[in-house]
Design a protein around this ligand. Sequence first.
Ligand code: MTE
Ligand code: MO
Length: 417
Amino acid sequence: MKKIRIQLEQLTNRISRRTMLGGAATAAVALVQTASGKTIQQGVSLNELLPEDPTKQIGTLAGEVGTRSAFEKVVKKPSDISSRSPLQDFYGIITPSDLHFERHHAGVPAIDPAKHELLIHGLVDKPLVFTVADLKRFPSVSRIAFLECSGNFRGGKETLSPQEICGLTSQSEWTGVKLSTLFREVGVKPNASWFLAEGSDTAIMTRSVPVKKGWDDAIVAYAQNGEALRPEQGYPVRLFLSGWEGNTSVKWLRRLELSDQPFMTREETSKYTEPIKDGKYRQFSFDIDARSIITYPTYPKTVEKGWIEIRGLAWSGRGKVVRVEVSTDAGKSWQLATLQDPILDKAHTAFRYVWNWNGTETEIMSRVTDETGYVQPTFAQLAKARGTDNGGYHFNPITAWQLKPDGRVLHRPDNLR
Ligand SMILES: Nc1nc2c(c(=O)[nH]1)N[C@H]1C(S)=C(S)[C@@H](COP(=O)(O)O)O[C@H]1N2
Ligand SMILES: [Mo]
């Protein structure tokens, strides 16, 4: 029995170490440590570590935290400033917390929740400081909603995956206290029309938000998908403004200041404004416009002719998705896709369309309509409205995928047309 235990520990150790290394089933391994700390294997493949028949060997024992199967290699794509969710690898509508996209202006600060405080002051009757424990004592609220960066667009290459094109959107169940509850607690004055939200990262990120949004549906969130917020998502507390551009959901939130005018911070003057017609720029463009993207089949997958379930995600910052249409003939005709329940307000909604591909070259694409009647625009329409074909903030074009007769699926970049 003792021997089996040791073997088991070795196997577990080796496999979990592989998992940590992010090794694929075929990857060569560097040094592998046994439970006793001895180096025992080099260059073995994951398959070699598995028992020939899993029913003949006792499995790994229950652990403190679960792990992803070492065969599932799903990762974010980090750059200096952000990392993107692998939309093409997801099932359903919830983003696993460790795969939620990240966007940090100055890295992830390390914060002791016992020392963290949120100050609310300015045009209020009674300025107050809340500890994290104070915030958790108030009635709580949960909602499933997406969070999307307003800079969520990449294009210009055929070899781009959904993750690279628009992986700066993710969805969680967010839990916290309604900001309206805190507003009542401090007594927000009737003439307060804006508030400043400030983070405690090195960037001291600040944004002005209309007080109306605070009364409507703003949450001071301390949890995500059933556990405390991840440090990357703003631990221990963040502002969460559903449907609004991601930068307004200030992470590591430490201060809210009520005022009768916007604060004109760096993030709303030098950044987060978009060109519109006649050399003008728009400012405080908070709503995320409706968008959809096919996530299967997409680059880098390949397909065979015959039945294909086209799958994707659609969302709108202005309400619910009411319709997703799919075209399998490069936009000449459109068919209704099936929407998967639940169809939630300001939330990623899954769609699917079953199609029989005859193997000839074509393009597939999706377009969403939200409950305000807004229809997702084409790239050409957007480029005309903004006077640029380089993307920029709030760029949500219909995204097309080319199916090649040999089964390759490639992005079709509009700005190269
Ligand atoms: N304090 C602080 N809040 C922040 C940021 C930041 O850098 N610092 N980045 C903003 C931007 S630009 C986006 S898109 C979202 C990203 O949230 P996430 O990293 O949880 O996905 O957080 C916003 N809140
Ligand atoms: Mo962002």
